[in-house]
Design a binder for this molecule. Structure first.
Ligand code: F6P
Length: 373
């Protein structure tokens, strides 16, 4: 029984674990540090799970040294490792994870990760602890893609945007020197958020993203409009920067060929492609990501302690047409959302049905119109 009195709250001395899963995101380590510190201050014993759900299935728990956490908090990646566990997606894997949770005498779990990781957290609903009480599970949004519902920002997004911006600024130097067209491909899986925001921050000439739903031909037209606006109208522009999200199915090399064919004989320029790839996912977290991770972790661990479960701590969630929720009493910018709702909204973001994604597409098309007038 749960302390014999039906009280769902944790007590001093109870054990919880922190787990990072899926693609790492800068700020995960800062989130781990904050969660461990808040947990310790509440009198909890806080462990780390090695390599996400893979380590959970294998019962790989470890103590978290405050000094190691402090050092890691300044760095990208994740101190306790991460993985994309195929086994955890099966009932067999989940059953093994439940056994390890029992054996380790865990009463709570904090999951830091993206869509797949929070889906895993949801799947642990109903897991029983050694004392017969339900395991409390709280999620933190951490993914550079910013494709999660019920949070305006996920941990890692700001650092990734800054990395892209810096890379594009460097590319602009050489592009300008040679009067070239650069196509810069950035991560984000199926979500164009990083391309969109980096496009605005760098003053890019065109931003290509999957949510736009454009055909290959329309994409080439869009790039050519940017080239014409830059070079033909004597606008004083000496280079063209195109930011392309990796979710656009039109291969960057093929796009270059198509653009080259249309440029030939018309403009004295040439094109280059840079794929930023995993560079975007590494590096020291920005101040914003460190604060975000710390504030979300603070609320998440306190929620867990107070007996909440199956919720995610979200950052000033944008309006999506659903009823709003009161912010946490521990932080006016953080709201606890049921994981079920988070995952439903995330699915809508992926299918393009979410109000947030519709707004993003509209905002970018308005930005494009401003660019070419
Ligand atoms: O979800 C985060 C992310 O970095 C995506 O932007 C990218 O498509 C994917 O992970 C890459 O995954 P992996 O590191 O497994 O190649």
């Amino acid at each position: 029984m749960d302390h014999g009195d039906g009280d769902q709250r944790l007590r001093k001395g109870d054990r919880i674990a922190l787990l990072t899963s899926g693609g790492d995101a800068p700020g995960m380590n800062t989130g781990l540090r904050a969660a461990a510190k808040v947990g310790a201050a509440l009198g909890l014993e806080v462990l780390g799970v090695e390599e996400g759900y893979k380590g959970l299935i294998e019962g790989r728990f470890r103590t978290l040294e405050p000094r190691a956490l402090d050092d890691a908090a300044r760095r990208g990646g994740t101190l306790i490792g991460t993985a994309r566990s195929k086994l955890f997606m099966t009932e067999e894997g989940r059953a093994r994870a439940r056994e390890e949770i029992l054996k380790a005498r865990l009463r709570g779990l904090v999951v830091l990760g993206g869509n797949g990781s929070l889906t895993g957290a949801r799947a642990l609903d109903g897991t029983l602890c050694h004392d017969g009480s339900p395991l409390r599970v709280v999620g933190l949004p951490a993914s550079i893609d910013n494709d999660l519902g019920c949070t305006a920002m996920a941990i890692g997004v700001d650092t990734a945007m800054n990395t892209i911006m810096e890379a594009c600024d460097r590319i602009a130097d050489t592009a300008l020197a040679h009067q070239r067209v650069f196509i810069v491909e950035v991560m984000g899986r199926d979500c164009g958020y990083l391309a969109m925001t980096a496009g605005i921050a760098t003053g890019a000439d065109a931003v290509l993203f999957r949510e736009g739903g454009k055909s290959d031909e329309q994409i080439v037209d869009q790039v050519m409009r940017a080239v014409e606006a830059a070079f033909a109208r004597a606008a004083g522009r000496r280079h063209v920067l195109v930011i392309k999200s990796e979710g656009v199915s039109f291969d960057s090399g093929k796009l270059k060929e198509a653009v080259d064919a249309r440029i030939a004989g018309r403009f004295d320029t040439d094109t280059r492609v840079t794929v930023l790839g995993h560079v975007v996912r590494g590096g020291s977290p920005t101040a914003f990501d460190r604060l975000l991770a710390s504030r979300l972790a603070n609320v998440a661990v306190r929620a867990l302690f107070e007996g909440q479960t199956q919720v995610m701590a979200g950052w000033t969630a944008p309006h999506t047409g659903r009823p709003s929720r009161a912010p946490s009493r521990h932080d006016p910018h953080v709201t606890l959302w049921p994981l079920e709702e988070v995952l439903a909204e995330t699915a809508k973001m992926h299918s393009g049905d979410s109000e947030v994604v519709k707004w993003r597409v509209k905002a970018l098309s308005e930005a494009e119109a401003v660019l070419y007038t």
